[in-house]
Write a protein that binds this ligand. Structure first.
Ligand code: NAG
Ligand code: NAG
Ligand code: NAG
Ligand code: NAG
Ligand code: NAG
Length: 660
């Protein structure tokens, strides 16, 4: 499972502090650890790993209950009122648009009551001790309530339905329809709790899955309220969540996280982001099935802050699903904090950059400057939309397997391209990877595979001992280590930089190594690229690429050239289009000083974007290489056929551009 990076917007007030404390500060220091020899660094402010920032609290259930008692009358969960759902048509296609109103809030006291009702209702429905529950829904307030409800009954929550072994599934109507379709494979499921009431009028659903009892969230609340049951609280070492890594390669694996694991990460973030407090407002829109979002919402709920729910498609005034002339989530909520994963940040940046590039000139210079200083964006982006143009972005690095523990760049670190020093709950060690050419003796910076140790490291994969033993190791001093497969280097101040990924390095036929991610990042600078996957293998001496075309810039180019076409896919097939895109890729490759063997020799231009719904990218928009390879296997095969025998309309040879 690959990594993700964390971006958190920190309130603007800290920009003042940035200016005052710019001196080179030692943020990580070497530490003596056991296990495989390597170069190990811990956070400079904490000599031993932090386990809990809250005295006497050892589980997420205790943490939440304590916070609800202290903050009873304050706002906790907010959801926007749905005013209308409308269909809009453009270019003969119709799109659903939402007209959303103000946030409606539930206080800590009200949420706690719902959580207790949920927990009691679960018992009344017949959910037994030791059985697991799955939550399968978009990020929304019912998700959070169900999660806390399960924690109060020591019920382990599973975050995907594929490999269940659960008896209760908590889901939305949309997800319920999907589940009903595969009910034959879900033989352990006995009951469904549906967050939307619409299912009640769906006759096919009720008859098609007759063995399930389906209860609405509101009925469950009533059931629990009328039949209260004492909580059955978990211990720190009990498994809180089995979280499936989305698996950019291979089968998804369930990572078992204890209450202690998640608490250690939450505690570490608490100690490192200063001034977090009850005046903060957090915009929740990432999938809750992602550890970053789950940990973040638990932190926010522990400190008396508010969580306003949104979605990636409604974030800004110009987001796809927002009805023209109405406001996006960020504009209405005015958050002070949010979490992001790099693919989403990159998308925002690329979106802004491509728009700005099209305008050119002064605006472009301004943007490049702004981005270089981490000021993220100018008008039009969501940062701009909140008037937070100069908010610093804290970058972090973590994995599901380390319970999002890893590194986090401190608010007063103005540098770019690094992910910060180890969190107080983690020790980061680099170990030699000689095949890849990375050694801890490298100068000036030690380099190697990143290995993460500490109380945050999870207990392993669910029912997959082989894979667990392969990547988790316990050393002679009892410290647990996770081997990430990522390659990094340490700067002199103890901050980490991610430089490569073991899996993404492929050896070509003549022995050259190609780093897929590096080349893709370089080529996606082209304004015509919406997404790109480079393919290389040891049977060929050159690489090829699948390129998802960026519709707006390609159409703008076509109209300037006077090229006519009936639809976008036809434009993508045209030889002159391929030539234009190839030339642009080559320019990007040259700017990034790529080696000749790293530049794709042939490309296939695709007109349909890769989305999480299509299954080609993860929820965090990372490429699912194996799935993409399978989906486009014919196209890839054609890219490798000798050029005489292929249709020159669908393929273009970059090297002929290079020569001409
Ligand atoms: C919580 O549930 C797990 C799994 O069923 C069980 O092993 C553990 O003993 C329970 N914890 C407590 C405190 O009852
Ligand atoms: C259910 O399955 C049918 C046939 O396999 C498919 O056409 C339909 O789209 C599926 N519905 C959902 C909601 O997944
Ligand atoms: C429902 O349960 C009956 C008896 O337990 C079983 O024979 C049948 O296959 C089940 N139906 C479905 C759709 O799972
Ligand atoms: C950006 O903001 C400035 C000042 O608020 C405004 O004058 C300018 O028109 C905006 N530009 C765009 C492209 O929206
Ligand atoms: C909560 C948890 O799993 N704690 C463990 C963290 O790791 C240390 C050793 O590194 C164990 O002693 C803890 O039990």
């Amino acid at each position: 499972m690959g990594p993700y990076y964390v971006g958190v917007i920190i309130p603007i007030v800290f920009t003042l502090i940035v200016r005052n404390t710019k001196k080179a500060k030692k943020r990580g220091v070497p530490v003596d650890v056991g296990g495989e020899p390597g170069y190990a660094i811990r956070n400079s402010r904490f000599a031993s790993p932090v386990e809990s920032a809250w005295e006497g609290v050892t589980t997420l259930a205790e943490l939440f209950e304590q916070s609800c008692r202290i903050h009873s009358d304050m706002r906790l969960l907010g959801t926007r009122k749905l005013i209308a759902r409308e269909m809009e048509t453009s270019d003969g296609r119709s799109f659903e648009k939402l007209h959303l109103g103000e946030y409606e809030w539930l206080s800590y006291g009200q949420v706690f009551e719902s959580v207790c009702n949920f927990a009691s209702g679960l018992v009344q429905l017949g959910h037994q001790k030791g059985e697991r529950a799955a939550i399968f829904a978009d990020t929304r307030e019912e998700w959070f309530i169900a999660l806390q409800g399960c924690f109060r009954r020591n019920v382990t929550v599973v975050t995907i339905y594929a490999s269940l072994e659960v008896t209760t599934v908590i889901c939305g109507y949309k997800e319920l329809k999907k589940l009903a379709n595969v009910s034959g494979q879900l033989d352990t499921v006995k009951r469904i709790i549906c967050m939307d009431d619409e299912f009640e009028s769906d006759a096919s659903l009720v008859s098609g899955s007759s063995n399930w009892t389906i209860t609405s969230f509101s009925d469950l609340d009533k059931l629990g309220r009328e039949n209260p049951v004492e909580p059955d609280l978990p211990l720190s070492a009990d498994v809180a969540v089995i979280m499936y890594t989305s698996g950019s390669t291979g089968m998804p694996k369930g990572v078992m996280m204890t209450h202690g694991n998640v608490l250690a990460t939450a505690s570490a973030v608490m100690t490192i982001v200063p001034g977090l407090g009850n005046r903060d407002v957090y915009l929740a829109y990432l999938p809750l099935a992602h550890i970053l979002e789950l940990a973040a919402e638990n932190i926010i709920a522990a400190i008396g802050s508010s969580i306003g729910y949104g979605s990636p498609l409604t974030l800004t005034d110009t987001s796809n699903k927002i009805k023209k002339g109405t406001k996006g989530d960020a504009t209405v909520l005015r958050p002070t904090l949010m979490a992001a994963v790099p693919a989403i940040l990159d998308r925002v940046r690329d979106g802004v950059r491509k728009k700005v590039d099209a305008t050119g000139g002064f605006a472009k210079k301004l943007f490049d400057l702004a981005y270089a200083r981490r000021l993220s964006a100018i008008n039009g982006s969501w940062f701009g939309a909140w008037g937070l143009e100069s908010a610093p972005i804290g970058q972090g690095y973590g994995l599901t397997e380390t319970c999002a523990g890893g590194t986090f760049s401190e608010y007063d670190d103005p540098s770019v391209g690094r992910v910060g020093a180890p969190l107080p709950c983690s020790v980061i060690k680099l170990v030699d990877w000689p095949e890849g050419g990375y050694l801890i003796t490298d100068s000036p910076k030690p380099r190697g595979e990143i290995v993460i140790g500490g109380p945050n490291v999870t207990v392993g994969y669910f029912k997959n001992e082989e894979k667990t033993n392969e990547v988790y190791k316990v050393d002679e001093r009892g410290m647990r280590w996770f081997y990430t497969g990522d390659v990094g280097q340490f700067h002199a101040d103890g901050c980490l930089e991610i430089i490569d990924r073991k899996k993404d390095i492929v050896k070509l036929q003549h022995g050259e190594y190609v780093s897929l991610g590096k080349v893709e990042a370089a080529l996606s600078v082209s304004p015509y690229v919406d997404n790109i996957m480079l393919h290389a293998d040891s049977f060929h001496s050159y690489c090829v690429a699948l390129v998802v075309a960026a519709q707006p810039s390609l159409e703008a180019w076509a109209s300037k050239q006077g090229i006519t076409y009936s639809d976008f896919s036809e434009l993508c097939e045209k030889e002159e289009t391929l030539k234009e895109v190839s030339t642009s890729l080559l320019k990007a490759a040259k700017a990034a000083k790529l080696e000749k063997f790293e530049i794709p020799t042939k490309i296939k231009l695709l007109s349909e974007p890769w989305t999480p719904e299509s299954g080609l990218v993860t929820a965090a928009l990372k490429l699912k290489r194996e799935v993409i390879r399978k989906t486009f296997s014919d196209d890839l095969a054609k890219l490798y056929i000798h050029h005489d025998s292929i249709s020159k309309n669908t393929l273009f040879f970059l090297q002929s551009v290079q020569k001409s």
